[in-house]
Design a protein around this ligand. Structure first.
Ligand SMILES: [Zn+2]
Ligand SMILES: [Zn+2]
Length: 240
Protein backbone atom coordinates (compact mmCIF):
# COMPACT_ATOMS: atom_id res chain seq x y z
CA UNK A 1 0.00 0.00 0.00
CA UNK A 2 1.36 3.42 -0.92
CA UNK A 3 1.54 5.87 1.93
CA UNK A 4 0.13 9.35 1.40
CA UNK A 5 2.13 12.36 2.51
CA UNK A 6 1.66 16.10 2.78
CA UNK A 7 3.45 18.77 0.77
CA UNK A 8 3.11 22.53 1.25
CA UNK A 9 3.28 23.96 -2.27
CA UNK A 10 2.95 27.67 -1.39
CA UNK A 11 5.58 29.26 0.88
CA UNK A 12 7.12 32.76 0.85
CA UNK A 13 10.42 33.88 2.37
CA UNK A 14 12.21 37.19 2.86
CA UNK A 15 13.19 37.01 -0.79
CA UNK A 16 9.73 38.44 -1.54
CA UNK A 17 7.22 39.61 1.08
CA UNK A 18 7.69 36.82 3.61
CA UNK A 19 9.06 37.56 7.06
CA UNK A 20 11.16 34.45 7.67
CA UNK A 21 14.53 33.40 6.37
CA UNK A 22 15.02 30.33 4.22
CA UNK A 23 16.74 28.63 7.17
CA UNK A 24 13.79 29.32 9.50
CA UNK A 25 11.35 27.87 6.96
CA UNK A 26 13.45 24.73 6.46
CA UNK A 27 14.01 24.24 10.19
CA UNK A 28 10.29 24.53 10.89
CA UNK A 29 9.25 22.23 8.03
CA UNK A 30 11.72 19.64 9.29
CA UNK A 31 10.44 20.12 12.86
CA UNK A 32 6.81 19.43 11.89
CA UNK A 33 7.77 16.47 9.70
CA UNK A 34 6.93 18.05 6.36
CA UNK A 35 9.31 16.45 3.89
CA UNK A 36 8.31 18.25 0.66
CA UNK A 37 7.82 22.01 0.35
CA UNK A 38 7.80 24.43 -2.56
CA UNK A 39 9.30 27.87 -2.03
CA UNK A 40 7.16 30.16 -4.16
CA UNK A 41 8.26 33.75 -3.67
CA UNK A 42 6.61 36.44 -5.76
CA UNK A 43 8.36 36.76 -9.12
CA UNK A 44 11.74 35.39 -8.00
CA UNK A 45 13.32 31.98 -7.50
CA UNK A 46 16.38 33.27 -5.61
CA UNK A 47 15.05 32.12 -2.21
CA UNK A 48 13.94 28.78 -3.62
CA UNK A 49 17.39 28.16 -5.10
CA UNK A 50 18.99 29.01 -1.75
CA UNK A 51 16.53 26.67 -0.02
CA UNK A 52 17.36 23.84 -2.42
CA UNK A 53 21.08 24.28 -1.66
CA UNK A 54 20.44 24.50 2.09
CA UNK A 55 17.98 21.59 2.21
CA UNK A 56 20.81 19.08 2.30
CA UNK A 57 21.16 19.86 5.99
CA UNK A 58 17.49 19.05 6.65
CA UNK A 59 15.11 16.16 6.08
CA UNK A 60 13.17 18.33 3.62
CA UNK A 61 13.03 18.23 -0.17
CA UNK A 62 12.63 21.66 -1.77
CA UNK A 63 10.76 22.33 -4.99
CA UNK A 64 11.96 25.45 -6.76
CA UNK A 65 8.82 27.45 -7.40
CA UNK A 66 7.65 30.98 -8.12
CA UNK A 67 4.33 32.71 -7.60
CA UNK A 68 4.23 34.53 -10.90
CA UNK A 69 2.20 37.74 -11.07
CA UNK A 70 0.75 37.15 -14.53
CA UNK A 71 -1.37 39.83 -16.16
CA UNK A 72 -4.38 37.61 -15.37
CA UNK A 73 -3.67 36.72 -11.74
CA UNK A 74 -1.27 34.83 -9.51
CA UNK A 75 0.01 31.51 -10.80
CA UNK A 76 2.10 29.05 -8.78
CA UNK A 77 4.77 27.49 -10.98
CA UNK A 78 6.62 24.49 -9.52
CA UNK A 79 9.79 22.65 -10.62
CA UNK A 80 11.42 25.64 -12.28
CA UNK A 81 15.05 26.01 -13.28
CA UNK A 82 14.80 29.55 -14.62
CA UNK A 83 12.63 32.37 -13.25
CA UNK A 84 9.64 33.49 -15.29
CA UNK A 85 8.96 37.20 -15.77
CA UNK A 86 5.87 38.80 -14.23
CA UNK A 87 3.27 40.76 -16.18
CA UNK A 88 2.84 38.35 -19.09
CA UNK A 89 -0.58 37.03 -20.17
CA UNK A 90 -1.25 33.77 -18.31
CA UNK A 91 -1.22 31.54 -21.43
CA UNK A 92 2.27 32.81 -22.28
CA UNK A 93 3.51 32.07 -18.73
CA UNK A 94 1.90 28.61 -18.77
CA UNK A 95 3.59 27.79 -22.10
CA UNK A 96 6.98 29.07 -20.87
CA UNK A 97 6.63 27.01 -17.67
CA UNK A 98 5.76 23.83 -19.54
CA UNK A 99 8.66 24.41 -21.91
CA UNK A 100 11.05 23.93 -18.99
CA UNK A 101 9.12 20.98 -17.56
CA UNK A 102 7.46 22.95 -14.76
CA UNK A 103 3.82 22.64 -13.69
CA UNK A 104 1.27 25.40 -13.10
CA UNK A 105 -1.28 25.69 -10.31
CA UNK A 106 -3.79 28.56 -10.25
CA UNK A 107 -3.29 30.33 -6.89
CA UNK A 108 -6.27 31.35 -4.71
CA UNK A 109 -8.62 31.83 -7.71
CA UNK A 110 -11.40 33.48 -5.69
CA UNK A 111 -9.36 35.82 -3.49
CA UNK A 112 -10.74 39.15 -4.67
CA UNK A 113 -8.27 41.04 -2.44
CA UNK A 114 -5.29 40.18 -4.67
CA UNK A 115 -4.90 39.55 -8.37
CA UNK A 116 -6.58 36.20 -9.06
CA UNK A 117 -8.12 34.34 -11.99
CA UNK A 118 -11.74 34.22 -10.79
CA UNK A 119 -14.52 32.11 -12.32
CA UNK A 120 -14.34 33.72 -15.74
CA UNK A 121 -10.67 32.90 -16.40
CA UNK A 122 -10.80 29.50 -14.68
CA UNK A 123 -13.17 28.42 -17.43
CA UNK A 124 -10.27 28.63 -19.92
CA UNK A 125 -8.33 26.12 -17.77
CA UNK A 126 -10.80 23.23 -17.76
CA UNK A 127 -12.34 20.84 -20.24
CA UNK A 128 -10.86 18.40 -22.74
CA UNK A 129 -8.80 20.85 -24.74
CA UNK A 130 -8.23 23.84 -22.46
CA UNK A 131 -6.95 27.08 -23.92
CA UNK A 132 -4.99 27.63 -20.69
CA UNK A 133 -3.68 24.14 -19.81
CA UNK A 134 -2.86 24.49 -16.11
CA UNK A 135 -2.02 21.41 -14.04
CA UNK A 136 -4.12 22.16 -10.98
CA UNK A 137 -5.95 24.68 -8.84
CA UNK A 138 -5.17 25.76 -5.28
CA UNK A 139 -8.54 24.95 -3.71
CA UNK A 140 -7.28 25.34 -0.15
CA UNK A 141 -5.19 28.38 0.71
CA UNK A 142 -4.68 28.74 4.48
CA UNK A 143 -4.32 32.53 4.36
CA UNK A 144 -7.71 33.38 2.87
CA UNK A 145 -9.81 35.44 5.28
CA UNK A 146 -13.20 34.13 4.08
CA UNK A 147 -13.88 30.37 3.94
CA UNK A 148 -16.21 30.81 0.94
CA UNK A 149 -13.18 31.69 -1.22
CA UNK A 150 -11.74 28.18 -0.83
CA UNK A 151 -15.11 26.42 -1.03
CA UNK A 152 -15.87 28.10 -4.32
CA UNK A 153 -12.43 27.19 -5.72
CA UNK A 154 -12.99 23.55 -4.73
CA UNK A 155 -16.38 23.33 -6.38
CA UNK A 156 -15.29 25.06 -9.62
CA UNK A 157 -12.10 22.95 -9.88
CA UNK A 158 -14.16 19.78 -9.40
CA UNK A 159 -16.62 20.93 -12.03
CA UNK A 160 -13.80 21.58 -14.49
CA UNK A 161 -12.04 18.31 -13.63
CA UNK A 162 -8.86 20.04 -12.42
CA UNK A 163 -6.58 18.54 -9.72
CA UNK A 164 -7.19 20.05 -6.28
CA UNK A 165 -4.08 21.30 -4.46
CA UNK A 166 -3.55 23.03 -1.13
CA UNK A 167 -0.93 25.35 0.32
CA UNK A 168 -0.32 27.54 3.34
CA UNK A 169 0.65 30.79 1.53
CA UNK A 170 2.98 31.12 4.53
CA UNK A 171 4.52 34.55 5.01
CA UNK A 172 5.95 33.51 8.39
CA UNK A 173 7.52 30.16 9.19
CA UNK A 174 4.90 29.39 11.85
CA UNK A 175 2.21 29.03 9.18
CA UNK A 176 4.17 26.57 7.00
CA UNK A 177 2.20 23.33 6.63
CA UNK A 178 -1.18 24.77 7.66
CA UNK A 179 -2.36 24.16 4.09
CA UNK A 180 -1.16 21.13 2.18
CA UNK A 181 -1.50 18.87 -0.83
CA UNK A 182 -1.88 15.17 0.01
CA UNK A 183 -0.21 12.81 -2.47
CA UNK A 184 0.67 9.13 -2.70
CA UNK A 185 4.42 8.73 -2.19
CA UNK A 186 7.19 10.55 -0.40
CA UNK A 187 9.26 12.60 -2.83
CA UNK A 188 8.83 15.80 -4.80
CA UNK A 189 8.76 13.75 -7.97
CA UNK A 190 5.95 11.58 -6.53
CA UNK A 191 4.04 14.81 -5.89
CA UNK A 192 4.65 16.02 -9.43
CA UNK A 193 3.34 12.74 -10.90
CA UNK A 194 0.36 12.78 -8.55
CA UNK A 195 -0.63 16.32 -9.60
CA UNK A 196 -0.23 15.48 -13.30
CA UNK A 197 -2.46 12.41 -12.86
CA UNK A 198 -4.97 14.23 -10.66
CA UNK A 199 -4.24 11.89 -7.75
CA UNK A 200 -4.08 14.61 -5.07
CA UNK A 201 -6.26 16.06 -2.34
CA UNK A 202 -6.16 19.44 -0.62
CA UNK A 203 -6.43 19.96 3.11
CA UNK A 204 -5.49 22.04 6.11
CA UNK A 205 -6.73 24.71 8.43
CA UNK A 206 -6.74 28.46 8.05
CA UNK A 207 -4.33 30.87 9.68
CA UNK A 208 -5.44 31.73 13.24
CA UNK A 209 -6.14 35.35 14.25
CA UNK A 210 -2.69 35.47 15.87
CA UNK A 211 -1.01 34.60 12.56
CA UNK A 212 -2.72 37.52 10.77
CA UNK A 213 -1.78 39.84 13.65
CA UNK A 214 1.86 38.70 13.62
CA UNK A 215 2.21 39.18 9.87
CA UNK A 216 0.45 42.57 10.02
CA UNK A 217 2.76 43.81 12.77
CA UNK A 218 5.88 42.53 10.97
CA UNK A 219 4.64 44.23 7.81
CA UNK A 220 4.07 47.51 9.68
CA UNK A 221 7.54 47.31 11.27
CA UNK A 222 9.13 46.65 7.90
CA UNK A 223 7.19 49.59 6.43
CA UNK A 224 8.40 51.92 9.21
CA UNK A 225 12.01 50.79 8.71
CA UNK A 226 11.69 51.43 4.98
CA UNK A 227 10.22 54.88 5.61
CA UNK A 228 13.07 55.69 8.03
CA UNK A 229 15.65 54.65 5.42
CA UNK A 230 13.92 56.81 2.81
CA UNK A 231 14.02 59.84 5.11
CA UNK A 232 17.73 59.46 5.90
CA UNK A 233 18.73 58.75 2.29
CA UNK A 234 19.62 61.78 0.10
CA UNK A 235 17.11 62.44 -2.65
CA UNK A 236 18.26 61.13 -6.01
CA UNK A 237 16.96 62.22 -9.36
CA UNK A 238 15.16 59.45 -11.19
CA UNK A 239 14.70 59.07 -14.92
CA UNK A 240 11.30 58.73 -16.47
ZN1 LIG B 1 -0.92 35.19 -4.40
ZN1 LIG C 1 1.41 33.59 -2.06
Amino acid sequence: MTLWNKADIHVHTRYSDGHSSVAQVLEYADHIGLHVIAITDHDTIAGALEARRMARGFDVEVIVGEEVSTADGHLLVLFLERALPPGQPAPKTIAAAHEQGAICIVAHPFDWLVSSFGAHLLRYCGGDNPAWPVDGVEVFNASLPLPGMNARAASVAAMLGLPACGGSDAHHFSTVGLGYTLFPGTTADDLRQAIIHGDVQAGGRSWAAGHYAAVASLRARRGLARAARAVTRPVRATGR
